[in-house]
Design a protein around this ligand. Structure first.
Ligand code: ASP
Length: 324
C-alpha cells in the first residue's frame, strides 16, 4: 500500500464562503480533512497542516519550510509520494521552487482549488483526489515537481495560472500539459528532457522582477542599482528586446556585476537574442544580459534567487539558464 504525505499550506482549497457576506475566508479547520474516505483502503494518508496562508502571503522562506519537510520525508524512506495543497495565486512559484531544490526521487505534486470547499461545483476535493492518485503513480516519479489541477498534469517548470477565477486556469503555454488524470487513470504523454537540482539551506538574496513596456525609461533600473540588490529579472518585450531608454540603467547594473536575467512578457514562445538594434536581444546579450528561454518572469526570478546562493559568477549563471 502506498503511503502519501499531504502537506496543507492554505489557499482557497482550505477556505469557505461566508454565506451571509459572500466573501471567501480561511476556515478554522481544514475542510479537506474529512474527505479522506474517497480513497478507500488503497492508500495510507498522513496529513499535516504545515502552513495556513493565503498564497499571496507565501515567501521563499515559507517555500524553504515546505522543502525541508519534504526532504525529511524522503530521508525517512517511509513516504511514497507527497501532495501539497496550496493557494493558486503563487502555486506555480512554490512548485518551481521545490522543483529546483528538492531531489525528487518520489512523486511531488501540488494542487489547489479555484472555488472554496462549500461552494457549488467546488473543485478542491476532485483536485486533491487527482493529486493523490498522481502521487501514487510509479510513473510520476523523477518527472520533476508536478502540478495537478482540473484533471491535467503539468510540469512545475512551465505551468502558469491563466485565469483569475475559472477552474481551467492552470495551463502550460507553448509546451502543453505532460499528462492527464482521466477517471482514475494517471497517464503521461511527455516529460522534461532534464530535471535540475540545486540543494540550498537558505534564501538570503534580493532579486526584484520588472516588466518592460513601450516608453520605459531606465529610471527604475538606475534606482535599483542604488539598493544593494543581488540580481534582477526583466520580462522583456517580444522575443527579448528592451526600449533604448533603459540601456543606461542596464549598463549601470552590469558595471556593478549585478546579473540581469531576461524573459519575455509574451505568453507563448521563448526569449532569444534575435534582434540586432539598439535594445535588441542580440545587443543585450553581447552586453552581458542573460537569457532565460522558456521561463516566466516569476520563475526566472526564483531560479536566480536560488542559484545566487551558490555563485554570482556570470558564466555559471548563464550556463544554468540555458534551456534544459
Ligand atoms: N487567493 C487564493 C490564494 O492563492 C486563491 C486560491 O487559492 O485559489 O490563496
Amino acid at each position: 500500500m502506498k503511503h502519501i504525505l499531504i502537506l496543507h499550506t492554505g489557499g482557497t482549497i482550505s477556505m469557505s464562503t461566508d454565506q451571509s457576506t459572500g466573501v471567501v475566508k480561511p476556515s478554522s479547520e481544514h475542510p479537506l480533512n474529512e474527505y479522506s474516505y474517497m480513497f478507500d483502503k488503497e492508500v495510507r494518508l498522513t496529513e499535516e497542516d504545515i502552513l495556513q496562508l493565503p498564497s499571496p502571503h507565501m515567501t521563499p522562506e515559507h517555500m524553504l519550510i515546505v522543502k525541508k519537510r519534504i526532504d525529511a520525508a524522503i530521508r525517512s524512506k517511509e513516504i511514497d509520494g507527497v501532495v501539497i495543497t496550496h493557494g493558486t495565486d503563487t502555486l506555480e512559484e512554490t512548485a518551481y521552487f521545490l522543483d529546483l531544490t528538492v531531489e525528487s526521487v518520489i512523486p511531488i505534486v501540488l494542487t489547489g482549488a479555484m472555488r472554496p470547499t462549500n461552494e457549488i461545483g467546488s473543485d478542491g476535493v476532485r483536485n486533491l483526489q487527482s493529486a493523490v492518485w498522481t502521487a501514487m503513480s510509479d510513473n510520476a516519479a523523477e518527472k520533476g515537481v508536478l502540478v495537478v489541477m482540473n484533471e491535467e498534469i503539468h510540469a512545475a517548470r512551465y505551468v502558469t495560472k491563466t485565469h483569475t477565477t475559472n477552474v481551467a486556469t492552470f495551463r502550460t503555454p507553448t509546451f502543453g500539459p505532460i499528462g492527464i488524470v482521466s477517471k482514475k487513470e494517471v497517464m503521461f504523454f511527455q516529460k522534461l528532457i532534464k530535471t535540475e537540482y540545486f540543494p540550498i539551506e537558505q534564501v538570503t538574496k534580493t532579486v526584484p522582477l520588472l516588466t518592460a513596456y513601450a516608453g520605459m525609461s531606465g529610471a527604475f533600473l538606475e534606482a535599483l542599482a542604488q539598493t544593494g540588490i543581488d540580481g534582477v529579472v526583466i520580462e522583456a518585450l517580444g522575443a527579448g528586446n528592451l526600449p533604448p531608454a533603459t540601456l543606461n540603467g542596464i549598463q549601470l547594473l552590469l558595471d556593478q556585476n549585478i546579473p540581469i536575467v531576461l524573459t519575455s512578457r509574451a505568453f507563448n514562445g521563448i526569449a532569444q537574442d534575435i534582434y540586432d538594434y539598439e535594445g535588441g536581444g542580440k545587443q543585450l546579450k553581447n552586453a552581458g544580459v542573460i537569457f532565460a528561454p522558456g521561463l516566466s518572469g516569476p520563475k526566472a526570478r526564483l531560479k536566480l534567487l536560488i542559484i545566487l546562493e551558490k555563485s554570482s559568477n556570470h558564466d555559471y549563471i548563464s550556463e544554468v539558464f540555458e534551456i534544459t
